[in-house]
Design a protein. Structure first.
Length: 276
């Protein structure tokens, strides 16, 4: 079973943060006055933005990337007005960050899913996982909890439902298969694959480690249409600006075939268009 649809329902209503309904507005920017939109991002791999940059230029809108190395600083900069929108995080991170810091931000569009995939040097199918096997998961709450929820969806364990989509190992109430979870920093999991039965690795770390999510994984998270997957990445804006026509058009342009083509051609399954 190479791929399995994963639908992780998340229905958190958090103070100061709100999620936009799915679907795009048909609004377009009015007028042709020159404008620059500062977009907060993490890292330099933003090739899939090029069709958006080109189209917005026709409306006299320049997209300027503001690159951060610290995740914690991006929403802080957005809330402070130092950038206009950001595109770096999934719903799970966004909700927790807004709740913890009181940011008045809104998710205005969905972009990609960076799937969490299971890799192994010892088995070729998730059906081969058995009692006594060791499964490596990330030690941080968001990604570790994500792996645990995926294992629950596969039937290997059960989790206290009150813990939402970020449970810890201590929140597991039952093992249907007596596996051992090895918690370790996410970026070190590729290096310990020979020492465990399998390990969960996210898309970007996999690519950096020479692994292909499409070719090398034995299980890969995918998007189910109509699902509320908390790990879908988003574009966020200040709530006061959530209906800005320029921002809406940027979100509309993101969800186009031109962007999807670049993602599919260049990222080898490390990123999946969330709208396809």
């Amino acid at each position: 079973m190479k791929k399995l649809l994963c639908c992780l329902l998340a229905a958190l209503v958090l103070a100061g943060c709100s999620s936009a309904p799915k679907g795009n507005s048909n609004s377009t920017p009015e007028g042709s006055e020159a404008r620059t939109v500062k977009v907060g991002v993490i890292g330099e791999n933003n090739e899939y933005w090029q069709p958006i940059i080109d189209e917005m230029a026709k409306d006299n809108v320049t997209i300027e990337f503001v690159t951060f190395s610290d995740y914690a600083m991006v929403n802080k900069a957005l809330a402070a007005g130092d950038i206009d929108i950001d595109s770096f995080q999934h719903y799970a991170y966004f909700d927790k960050d807004c709740e913890a810091n009181g940011y008045d931000l809104t998710a205005i569009g969905e972009t990609v899913l960076a799937p969490l995939s299971l890799y192994s040097k010892k088995i070729t199918s998730i059906d081969e996982i058995q009692d006594g096997d060791k499964i490596a998961i990330a030690s941080d709450v968001t990604n570790g909890g994500r792996a645990i929820k995926l294992l629950e969806s596969l039937g290997y364990l059960e989790v206290d439902p009150s813990k939402g989509y970020t449970p810890s190992v201590t929140d597991i109430t039952k093992y249907n298969v007596n596996i051992e979870l090895i918690e370790i920093e996410a970026n070190t999991i590729p290096s310990i694959l020979p020492d465990v039965t399998a390990g969960f690795i996210n898309g970007t770390i996999a690519i950096d480690s020479g692994l292909s999510p499409n070719k090398d994984s034995i299980f890969m998270e995918t998007v189910q249409e109509g699902s509320d997957n908390p790990y879908i990445n988003i574009i966020a804006a200040r709530t006061a600006d959530k209906d800005d026509a320029v921002y809406k058009k940027i979100c509309e342009l993101f969800q186009t075939d031109a962007v999807a083509q670049i993602i599919n051609d260049q990222y080898d399954g490390a990123l999946i268009p969330a709208w396809k």
